[in-house]
Design a binder for this molecule. Sequence first.
Ligand code: SF4
Length: 81
Amino acid sequence: MLDDIQEDRAQGKYTGRMGTESRLLMALHRQCLCHHCAKFKPNPDGREENCEIANKLYDLCVEYDLVTPVARCPQFVQREG
Ligand code: SF4
């Protein structure tokens, strides 16, 4: 399994800059807990409505050009529907 993940690496552009990506984790990005959480309300014009943690994580991702799916969160609330 670890060998598969290491061989899965590739160079790619996400926000315009080249970076090393795990294709497996990039493909699973939509499984990020935030996308299924009632607290996740991304809106560039209304950040105060969004989860504070998600906002901080987003800022870090923008600053360093990261993609960081959330795999664990003690404040997760299952979104209805
Ligand atoms: S509470 Fe956790 S899972 Fe929900 S949006 Fe915030 S960081 Fe994501």
